[in-house]
Ligand binder design. Sequence first.
Ligand code: NAD
Length: 497
Amino acid sequence: MSETLLLLDRLGARPALFVGGAWCEGHGEAASVRNPATGLEIASVRLAGPGDFAGAIDGAQSAQAGWAREPGAARGEILKRVAVLLAARRHDLAEVLTCEQGKPLSQAAGEVDYAASFFQWFGEESRRPAGRLQPHPLRGREYRVKPVPAGVVGLVTPWNFPLAQGAKKIAAALAAGCTAVWKPSELTPLVALGLAALAKEAGLPDGVLQVLPALGPVGGEALTADPRIRVLSLTGSTQTGRTVVRASARHLPRLSLELGGNAPFVILPDADLDAVVPELIKLKLLCGGQVCVTANRVFVPQALEPALISRLSAAWAGLRIGNGLAGGMDAGPLIHAAACERVRALVEGAVSAGASVVAENRSHESDAGNAGGSFYPPQVLRGVRDDMPLVREEIFGPVLPLLTYSDVEDAVRRANATEAGLAAYVYGRDLSLANAVADALEAGIVGVNEWRPLRAEIPFGGTKASGQGWEGGEEGLREFQELKVISSPVPQIPGRS
Ligand code: NAD
């Protein structure tokens, strides 16, 4: 048994499907889960096939009415217990996460905390949804407007934050009184299964959360072909989002889509570069740049570019890239070799069109143990133009392309010239200007002098092709509720006029 499977065992989980509160073998193909830092297999999981989804939806449907009848406060207590258990098993979960995803252990532990914050938040929100009485225009009648659970929901999540992306959706759906069938990424199923075990330990009734690692098209087809799935919440690429929208035309579940980004990072002329550079680097290296809200395009005033490059180059030289399990790493490997090849092709394309690499860090090469891993050296490029695929597409790697501008108006126009509208960042000393730029940027969330504005307390979602719907905040729970209006006679004491 691999070290990772021993950890999983300690969490009470198995490399299998979690259906009806028990572990079972899938009927799909076997997937090899590999540590991206070594390329070695850490687990093999028989994935779910179409029949497994049908059975899981049956179970979630049977559990639905009972779970919905529980008072919101009682549902919330269970969710808050999950938050406590996540904190208690933080280290084991983080290690599983690092082994299957690759991010440094400190970032993985941060992801566990972030996941726990959603269980805590929605555990509290669970008691709050209230309806209202609405006056009726006819005498003797009234309207009752009630939020009700949407029903059974399908949740699909990616490999970059395999615990937190699930936590955001599961906590909100369960708080709303829905039962859920969760399809985590086939590349990172283990930490998801660890969460399932903790949910059971926290007292979640069997069938309320079913976890089925599966290939994307298998899970997507099963969840969109079944009319009992009333909300389908996907976090993934915009391309997958489009596929799911088309497939959903059959039964029209409500869609909640958290899709790709192409975030601009706008450095204003009065920005303090000494403050900007460490935050820009943390943002770019989080999860090796494989983050929907990472800085994909850095807009810098022409006059500041030399100073920015000099500071970035100095910091770049000290970065430590390697196996995330070794302490003190700034970044780990990318998810697999194909991801490295994709990033390399984008960079080579930019260089052959006139850009140049002005900083690179190959520190992973100093450890022979990293030879089998999918490492990509962090790079800074200058001479990049807006029409290059490097900045038109999501890079999803540790590469910072610098785009210079001469006036702020122009920077805003170019920052908005993308189909994506997920996150944006503005750094400057004059807060009036920085906030005006933030207002003008087309994005679901903007960090003004802040590199990580996402929190459980606020709604997060994309505009334009970055998606629809919200996660977090009060709004996150409403994604999983329907509003029901009952028009009825006002109660009367018999004989009273
Ligand atoms: P992906 O779209 O390939 O996969 C995401 C999930 O969708 C996986 O579970 C996958 O198996 C599944 N999937 C694939 N094809 C499917 C189909 N036909 N039907 C249903 N499900 C299918 O994305 P990825 O490579 O895992 O993740 C990276 C992408 O996710 C990036 O574009 C990133 O920006 C985006 N992302 C967005 C957010 C956000 O909050 N907006 C957060 C994280 C990642």
